[in-house]
Design a protein around this ligand. Structure first.
Ligand SMILES: Cc1cc2nc3c(=O)[nH]c(=O)nc-3n(C[C@H](O)[C@H](O)[C@H](O)COP(=O)(O)OP(=O)(O)OC[C@H]3O[C@@H](n4cnc5c(N)ncnc54)[C@H](O)[C@@H]3O)c2cc1C
Length: 276
């Protein structure tokens, strides 16, 4: 739907852990023909964009159901009374304008009963289906940024001299260029493998490949951007190169859409299961 925030989000109290989506604390209670929504959430990506008109909100609708059937997703137009956009959250000092990562609050926000997606108790299922494509997309973009960082690193290393040599020939810089190229190519192949797995394997098997790239590609990209920053010296952390913003983006990817540890847990569980 045009104007809908693409990333459905898990509403929690700002201090409730949300790497475990079953911890969601925001609620929707049925009152006649309306859902009444209450809750608050930090970091809703894209919510600050001007074209955004409708939110997909993940809420608890049945606290007695099995853990993964308690949540539902409900459409909430952003002009609904009781909805507040509190603030833009920073990522390492940047607001990621114009779309941003917003802090949202819902206080007795009423929407029609029919605004529920798929049906009550299907929220977890919907989010599992949506997050996979989002995660591989994050990894693809991160690899593009790593390529960009490697190019900047090399151009800088070739164009400046210190101690009578080009920067690229000093210390271990040649090694860092080689490692970065190898890391990028290996990451790209893992992403291709994951895309293929998503095409041909059942979702529960493809998600292991997705977790594997999500827990490794952003770390690799962070490292490569960090090496480029070092080659650029102070300019690398300034506003005069894109490197600082690129680093912030790659670093936050180690948290957004599930922290590294949770994805490693998924990979490890699948690996261990082979021998049980
Ligand atoms: C820039 C940005 C944008 C975001 N956008 C959105 C959005 O659009 N929609 C949305 O719903 N959320 C969004 N988030 C929230 C994001 O999904 C959560 O921050 C993330 O899932 C981690 O949850 P948490 O912050 O509650 O950390 P917690 O769940 O409290 O985890 C904190 C730390 O505990 C450790 N940990 C947790 N579980 C395990 C485990 N099983 N094993 C080992 N260690 C563990 C990890 O080190 C983890 O980093 C965004 C976050 C950021 C930073």
């Amino acid at each position: 739907m045009e104007g809908t925030i693409r990333s459905a989000f898990a509403m929690t109290e700002p201090d409730r852990a949300c790497s475990d989506a079953t911890n969601i604390a925001a609620t929707a209670d049925l009152d006649g023909d309306e859902w009444v929504i209450n809750g608050e959430k930090h970091y809703i990506s894209g919510a600050g964009g001007k074209r955004r008109k409708v939110l997909i909100v993940m809420v608890l609708t049945d606290t007695d159901a099995p853990r993964k059937l308690r949540q539902s997703q409900i459409l909430v137009p952003m002009d609904t009374p009781g909805f507040e956009m509190i603030d833009g959250m920073q990522v390492l000092g940047d607001y990621d304008a114009p779309h941003g990562h917003m802090h949202l609050r819902f206080t007795n926000c009423r929407v029609p009963k029919d605004n529920i997606l798929l049906g009550a108790g299907r929220g977890f299922e919907i989010s599992q289906g949506r997050l996979g494509p989002g995660r591989i997309h994050h990894c693809m973009r991160a690899i593009g940024q790593a390529e960009n960082a490697l190019e900047l690193m090399i151009k800088r290393g070739l164009s400046r001299e210190a101690f009578g040599k080009k920067l690229i020939d000093l210390g271990g810089n040649i090694d860092l260029v080689a490692k970065s190229r190898m890391n990028i190519d290996a990451s790209r192949l893992m992403v291709f493998q994951t895309a293929r797995a998503m095409d041909i394997l059942p979702k529960d098997q493809a998600r292991i490949y997705i977790s594997s790239i999500k827990a490794s590609v952003p770390i690799i990209c962070c490292d490569i951007i960090d090496r480029a920053i070092q080659m650029y010296r102070a300019l690398g952390v300034s506003q005069h190169t894109p490197l600082a913003a690129m680093y912030g983006n790659a670093r936050m990817l180690r948290l957004a859409d599930g922290p590294d540890e949770v994805h490693r847990m998924v990979v490890a569980r699948a690996e261990i299961k082979k021998y049980q």
